[in-house]
Design a protein around this ligand. Structure first.
Ligand code: GLU
Length: 451
């Protein structure tokens, strides 16, 4: 790991003490503090005003019981979370994650990252995140509905289109958002379309929202490549994951002339040198909800599957890597192998997919590296566009929405690039993203006094 300015070390020590046993949150804070030494040297008032400490402490954390009855009539208990991290720039905004690994530390790391990501978009949204340790795998539609309704019976009192606006994340897509929004509407007796984003088009969703995170990451990598006079054309690309972010990254990379040769799920990865057949991948993942090995089985000759215990998708040589599965999926060893195999650019589609060791390997090798809080901001930026459409009771075309997304992503790229130059670290997108995101939040907080 890189070092933290000594003036900032007590802040990290305090975060670790206060949030014991939450390694992902410590990691996310560590990574941001590494970048802020150069900021406090320029703005000592940020330290005097305790702005960094304040930003590291969530404004509010809600933890609640979610009781529900499964199809066998058994009572099940899950734990629900909503961490309302920072509202300096707008209502709390960030997704809900349903995954058995969810705990308060994971939600806190995600809410912390979200605060800076949302600031980078330039849209009026604060940062928050929520979720549950509920495992949707193998659950019937009726079980998912009862679970979402029970969750919302508690959560609704903490939400509002001017207060806190959730969306999807891992395990939460259009179906779950529909059930949660429906229950919110019923409990509050208000049709508050802007209280949720990622809604279906039928009731106030935005075109291009589903595609936005993957498309956005691809636009970001395209901008990075351009700084070195390169583009996607003819490049070999590996995208990890096969959820929403991965699928729409593959779609956009292919439209830019890149060749995606591998993708994965938690069971393993597939390699198809002819280029991933996206229609088949969508059918397997979105319709059949099946494992990725099905892809190799159906394709047959020349296409192979490697199970997760036998290797990692990062073993596959490529020019561009787009980790789009989950946190800490790409280790220092994976990064070293990617560099040895000639990778030139990495764009994080997931939140914090590269470990600190991996980031260091990429940076030492001088390759283009885009951190998730910048590269995957297209999803939440399009959520803000959805809120805008809801507020004006309007609905934009796909082209109009995608054009806004593309220009927002170019803006984020340029902000990170220029901020890195301004702070004496040209080409360091991690530093650029952390500083630019932090300064936007800190400035707004400074003006509002000690709150
Ligand atoms: N979960 C997504 C993210 O990590 C989207 C959040 C949103 O649209 O509010 O940014």
């Amino acid at each position: 790991m890189n070092s933290i300015d000594e003036k900032l070390q007590p802040i990290l020590a305090q975060v670790i003490r206060r949030n014991a046993g939450e390694p992902e949150f410590h990691q996310a804070v560590h990574e941001v503090l590494e970048s802020l030494g150069r900021v406090v040297a320029k703005h000592p008032d940020y330290l005097e005003q305790a702005l960094i400490e304040r930003i590291c402490e969530p404004e509010r954390q809600i933890i609640f019981r979610i009781p529900w009855v499964d199809d066998k009539g058994q009572v099940q208990i899950n734990r629900g979370f909503r961490v309302q991290f920072n509202s300096a720039l707008g209502p709390y905004k960030g997704g809900m994650r349903f995954h058995p690994s969810v705990n308060v530390g994971i939600i806190k790391f995600l809410g912390f990252e979200q605060t800076f990501k949302n600031a980078l978009t330039g849209m009026p949204i604060g940062g928050g995140k929520g979720g549950s340790d509920f495992d949707p795998k193998g659950r019937s539609d009726a079980e998912i509905m009862r679970f979402c309704q029970s969750l919302m019976t508690e959560l609704h009192r903490h939400l509002g289109e001017q207060t806190d606006v959730p969306a999807g994340d891992i395990g939460v897509g259009g179906r779950e958002i529909g059930y949660m929004f429906g229950q919110y509407k019923r409990l509050t007796n208000r049709y508050e379309a802007g209280v949720f984003t990622g809604k279906a088009l039928a009731y106030g969703g935005s075109r291009a929202r589903t595609e936005a995170t993957g498309y956005g990451n691809t636009y970001f990598v395209q901008s990075m490549l351009k700084t070195r006079g390169a583009d996607f054309d003819g490049k070999k690309v590996v995208v990890s994951g096969s959820g929403n972010v991965a699928i729409y990254s593959i779609e956009k990379v292919q439209s830019f002339g890149g060749k995606v040769i591998a993708c994965s799920d938690s069971s393993g990865y597939v390699v198809d040198e002819a280029g991933i057949d996206l229609a088949l991948l969508k059918e397997i993942k979105n319709v059949r909800r099946d494992r990725i090995s099905e892809y190799a089985r159906i394709k047959g000759q020349g296409v192979y599957f490697v199970s997760a215990d036998k290797g990692s998708v990062w073993d596959v040589p490529c020019d561009v890597a787009m980790p789009s599965a989950t946190q800490n999926e790409l280790s220092g060893k994976d990064a070293a192998r990617l560099v040895k195999n000639g990778v030139v650019a990495v764009g994080e589609g997931a939140n914090m997919p590269s470990t600190p060791e991996a980031i260091k390997v990429f940076q030492d090798a001088g390759i283009l590296f885009a951190p998730g809080k910048a590269a995957n901001a297209g999803g939440v930026a399009t959520s803000a566009l959805e809120m805008q459409q809801n507020a004006s009771r309007d609905s934009w075309t796909f082209e109009q929405t995608e054009a806004r997304l593309a220009s927002i992503m170019r803006g984020i790229h340029d902000t990170c690039f220029e901020t890195a130059e301004e702070y004496g670290a040209p080409g360091n997108y991690v530093l650029g993203a952390n500083i630019a995101g932090f300064v936007r939040v800190a400035e707004a907080m400074r003006m509002m006094g000690v709150i």
